[in-house]
Structures are given as structure tokens and as C-alpha cells.
Design a protein around this ligand. Structure first.
Ligand code: SF4
Ligand code: MG
Length: 338
């Protein structure tokens, strides 16, 4: 499909008293219209930093230090979001880019009825819209999310956590955005409610056609929902490709370890392995591959050289020395011949 977002070499630093720490390093990927991209990785791997930087929502001490985020508008225009001012970005929020974060409690106004909050957002975006029209649109979106229309009269505290979260998602969709970023959107609710909410999100997505960048630590949920997956480790995308393919045939040993540490949803239970060791200190990354001291397949090169992200298969990129051309058995005939 059509490209919506084209991210090239996006890097984000955290400025500290002891110098800058690279939290996201040269992230590059594209997102197509209507596509669901899942971002996976342990906490601290840079997932949230990357998504807030994409939407230009990062706050000090996080600073975007390089790269481009090209947003392709429906009218054929291309806009780099990185150098945009807050004022320019405000125009894009809601109508083009929306975000749903983990805490619905903070995002909904506690002293306003739900309906009034929809009216505010919709009329700020389109002042010609009447209150009646705005409420009708709000009711339609709530209904699509499985919430009765009469909840427009409720205050947030009169609703359950799950209902608040679904209301927030509906609100994010109010102005028909092209991209919705969901960062741990369901961690505040129980597992059953998480599943319910995400299946409703999928229904909405099919109905309305927006793209999603979905961040969660729940890999089985990601696998179920995403078209493509990006795996992050120590601030870098280490593997990206079709979700099915990454699950069935992970190229990067970290992807494999992550997969094996989660139970698949609709499959027989397998033995679970945590990933031994812990992620490296971003202030003091090793010279070679950041995963080297946890990697069961590490070899000499891994300790000295950083593996670049390169194409390793059809639509799959990985950053691992195992998959560089000169390591592939069929590319090393001399060792085959003996
Ligand atoms: Fe393991 Fe080496 Fe690949 Fe890093 S580059 S994941 S250490 S095999
Ligand atoms: Mg996070």
C-alpha cells in the first residue's frame, strides 16, 4: 500500500548532567496506510522514546538529535515532522496523528461529561461543526467501541477503567486521524478487558482505515494484531518484518529469545524461558553487538563490530552478524568444499 510515514535515521538523546545518552539510535522504517506496526522489546529499549519522538511529543530531557519523519498527506504532500513548530504540530494532532497512552485517567477531563469532551475536540478541529453533529459523531464512535451512546452524559468517574480506556480510544479517533499511536494502551485494565479492547480497536481500524503503531510488552498480543513487527534492543531496531515471519523464523537471536519467553495465544502451551541477563547500560554500550553478552550464538566478530541493520530476507531486516552475506553457508563455498 501507500506509504504514510517514512522514518529515516531518527535518533533521540537524553541530556544528563554527565552528557548525552543515546536512547534511540538511527531508527529507520516505513509505515503504510492502514498498516499495524507492533513495537516490541524489554522496558528501557526505547519503544516509548521512539513513539513520542515520532509524534514530536517528547519533552526535555529527551531531544531529537537527527533524522527525518516524513509524513505523507492524503493530498500528496510530504512533511518532515522533525523541524515543525509546536503550533504547526497542533494543527496535525487529532486530525492526522493521535496518541493513546496507558493512563486514561489523566487523559480524560474528570470534571467534564464525556460528550462535552468530544464536542471540544471536534469543534476545535472544525469550528463549523454544530454541537449536535459533534455529539452524533461521538455517539457513533462510542457505539463502534461497544459503549452505549447514553454514556455521553457520564463523567469519567462514573465509568469502569475499561470503559474509560475505550472512550479515550474513541476520542483519539474523533477527527479521523491517519495514524494512531498506542503505547501500552491497556496496561491499566485486566487481561480479559485488554483483549476485548484490542479486538474492538481492530474492528475500528478495519472500519476507519487508520494506521497503528502499537507498543506493548505483551508479545503474544502484538503478534496477533500486527501486520509487521519491529523489535528494539538497547535503543536500536534489531529486526523488522512481517509479524508472522518474525514469529516463525526469527533471524535475530534476541527476537528468538523474546518469542520463546512468551506463550502464543491460540497454540498449545510451550515451555517458557526468560531471557537470561539484562540489557546493557545505554551510557556504556559495548563496542560490538549490544546483545553479545546475552546471545547464545555470539562469536568473535560480535565483540568488536556493531552489526548494521540489513536486508536478510523477503521484507525482513535484521542487525546481526550471523546473517551477513559472508557468514551465510551458501555464500562461503570454500568452507563447503573443505
Ligand atoms: Fe548474537 Fe552476534 Fe548476532 Fe549480536 S551479532 S545477536 S551477538 S550473533
Ligand atoms: Mg514504555
Amino acid at each position: 500500500g501507500e506509504v504514510l510515514l517514512d522514518v529515516q535515521d531518527l535518533s533521540v538523546d537524553y541530556l544528563t548532567l554527565n552528557g548525552a545518552v543515546r536512547a534511540v539510535s538511527n531508527a529507520s522504517f516505513t509505515l503504510r496506510r492502514g498498516e499495524i506496526l507492533g513495537l516490541a522489546g524489554e522496558s528501557g529499549s526505547g519503544k516509548s522514546t521512539l513513539t513520542t519522538a515520532l509524534l514530536r511529543l517528547q519533552r526535555s530531557p529527551a531531544v531529537t538529535v537527527g533524522g527525518t519523519v516524513l509524513y505523507h498527506g492524503e493530498d500528496g504532500s510530504v512533511l518532515d515532522l522533525v523541524p515543525r513548530t509546536d503550533k504547526e504540530l497542533r494543527r496535525l494532532r487529532w486530525s492526522s496523528l493521535a496518541i493513546v497512552m496507558q493512563s486514561a485517567m489523566d487523559a480524560l477531563n474528570p470534571v467534564k461529561r464525556l460528550g462535552a469532551q468530544f464536542v471540544d475536540v471536534l469543534r476545535e478541529h472544525d469550528p463549523r461543526m454544530t454541537t449536535k453533529e459533534a455529539l452524533r459523531r461521538a455517539g457513533d464512535l462510542l457505539t463502534l467501541s461497544g459503549i452505549p451512546r447514553d454514556r455521553l452524559d457520564s463523567f469519567p468517574h462514573e465509568m469502569s477503567g475499561g470503559m474509560r480506556q475505550r472512550s479515550l480510544i474513541s476520542l483519539a479517533l474523533a477527527c479521523d486521524p491517519d495514524l494512531v499511536v498506542m503505547d501500552e494502551p491497556t496496561t491499566a485494565v485486566d487481561v480479559v478487558m485488554q483483549r476485548t479492547i484490542m479486538s474492538q480497536v481492530l474492528r475500528l481500524q478495519r472500519e476507519l482505515g487508520f494506521s497503528i503503531i502499537f507498543v506493548t510488552h505483551d508479545l503474544s498480543l502484538l503478534l496477533e494484531l500486527s501486520d509487521r513487527l519491529a523489535i528494539m534492543y538497547a535503543g536500536k531496531i534489531v529486526e523488522i518484518g512481517p509479524a508472522e515471519e518474525l514469529y516463525r523464523r526469527p533471524r535475530h537471536p534476541y527476537t528468538k529469545a523474546l518469542r520463546d519467553s512468551f506463550p502464543p495465544l491460540h497454540a498449545p502451551l510451550v515451555e517458557m524461558h526468560g531471557i537470561p541477563g539484562s540489557a546493557p547500560d545505554l551510557r556504556n554500550l559495548p563496542a560490538g553487538c549490544a546483545f553479545a553478552d546475552r546471545c547464545p550464538e555470539a562469536f568473535d566478530l560480535c565483540g568488536t563490530q556493531r552489526p548494521p541493520l540489513v536486508a536478510v530476507g523477503d521484507q525482513v531486516d535484521a542487525a546481526c552478524h550471523l546473517h551477513h552475506a559472508d557468514r551465510e553457508p551458501d555464500a562461503a563455498p570454500e568452507s563447503v568444499k573443505g
